[in-house]
Design a protein around this ligand. Structure first.
Ligand code: MG
Length: 297
C-alpha cells in the first residue's frame, strides 16, 4: 500500500472561515482529530485578533489541547510577530502564505507578491534560527478570482524563489476552488519535474466539485501530501454559502478503497465530523458524512 500524508486543516483553515466558536469547542475538535490516526494537523494561526477574531484564542486553545506525540502539528503565521508567538507556543512546523496572483496578494495584505516574498525570506531565516521549519503556501496557484488563470510559469518561479530562500516545504492552495485536473497537470507537473525531491502538499477546495478528481490527478504526478478539512469545514471566501475545503472523510474514504494507506481510522474520523457539525451548528458538505461509507463500518 502506498502511504499518503493527509494534513487535517479543520481546526485552523476550517474554523477560521466559520463564525467564531468558543475555545472549548476548538479544543474538543482538536482532541478528537488527534485520535483519528491522522499524521498531521494544522492546529491554529497566530494572527492579529482584530484581523481574524476566530483565532484570537490560539494560545489558549493550543495550551489546552492534548498533544499526540504521533501527530505533527503546524501553525500558520502572517508575519514576524506571529512567527514569534508560534515558536514561543512550541510549534516547530510553521506555515506562511503568499499569493501567486499579485492582485489577490495586494487585496489580502496590501503588498505585491514580490514584496511578500522578500518578507518571507526574512521569516524563513527567523524560523530556522529558532529551530522551526518553514512551509510556504502559494495561494491562488490554480486560479485567482480577480485575474483568472495564473500563468503556471509564475507559480513555478515563486517555487524557485522560496526554495532558494530556504523553504522546507511548499504547498499550493486552491484558494477559491478553481482547480481542475487540467490545471493540476499544468501547474504541478513542471514543478515536480524541476524539484522532484521537494516536499509538495496540495490544498484543494471542492467549490466546483473537482477536488477529488484533482487529488487523483496529483497522485498520478507523484504528489503524496494533501490537505483536507473535517466535514469540509470552512466555506469559500469569495462565494458565500459555497463549499470550500475538500472533506477529509471523502478523501480518506476514496483513497483507502483504492488501496492507499492514510493511517486514518474512518470511523473515528466520522465521529469527529459529527462533532464538527455540532460545533458550527449546521450540516457540513461532506457526502460521506451524510450518506456513510459505501460499506458500513
Ligand atoms: Mg482552504
Amino acid at each position: 500500500m502506498t502511504a499518503l500524508s493527509i494534513r487535517e486543516v479543520g481546526p485552523r483553515d476550517g474554523l477560521q472561515n466559520e463564525d467564531p466558536v468558543p475555545a472549548d469547542a476548538k479544543v474538543r475538535l482538536l482532541d478528537a482529530l488527534s485520535g483519528t490516526g491522522v499524521g498531521r494537523i494544522e492546529a491554529v494561526s497566530f494572527v492579529h485578533p482584530k484581523a481574524i477574531p476566530q483565532m484570537a484564542d490560539a494560545d489558549e486553545v493550543w495550551a489546552r489541547a492534548k498533544k499526540n506525540p504521533l501527530v505533527r502539528y503546524s501553525a500558520l503565521v502572517p508575519n514576524t510577530k506571529g512567527a514569534q508567538r508560534a515558536v514561543a507556543a512550541g510549534f516547530t512546523e510553521i506555515e506562511v502564505v503568499v499569493s501567486a496572483s499579485d492582485t489577490h496578494n495586494r487585496r489580502n495584505v496590501n503588498r505585491s507578491t514580490d514584496e511578500s516574498l522578500d518578507d518571507i525570506a526574512g521569516l524563513i531565516d527567523l524560523l530556522h534560527g529558532a529551530g522551526a521549519s518553514a512551509e510556504v503556501i502559494i495561494a491562488t496557484s490554480f486560479g485567482c478570482p480577480f485575474e483568472g488563470d495564473v500563468d503556471p510559469r509564475r507559480v513555478a518561479g515563486i517555487v524557485d524563489r522560496v526554495v532558494a530562500d530556504g523553504a522546507d516545504r511548499v504547498a499550493f492552495g486552491d484558494t477559491t476552488g478553481m482547480g481542475t485536473p487540467r490545471r493540476v497537470e499544468d501547474v504541478v507537473g513542471p514543478v515536480r519535474d524541476r524539484h522532484p525531491d521537494l516536499p509538495l502538499l496540495l490544498h484543494f477546495h471542492n467549490t466546483r466539485g473537482t477536488a477529488l478528481a484533482n487529488i487523483l490527478t496529483a497522485l498520478r504526478l507523484g504528489v503524496t501530501e494533501f490537505d483536507a478539512s473535517i466535514g469540509g469545514l470552512g466555506g469559500c471566501p469569495y462565494a458565500p454559502g459555497a463549499t470550500g475545503n475538500v472533506a477529509t472523510e471523502e478523501v480518506v474514504h476514496m483513497l483507502e478503497d483504492m488501496g492507499y494507506d492514510t493511517g486514518i481510522d474512518l470511523k473515528a474520523l466520522l465521529e469527529a465530523g459529527r462533532l464538527a457539525q455540532e460545533i458550527v451548528g449546521r450540516e457540513l458538505p461532506s457526502g460521506v458524512l451524510k450518506a456513510g461509507p459505501r460499506i458500513p463500518l
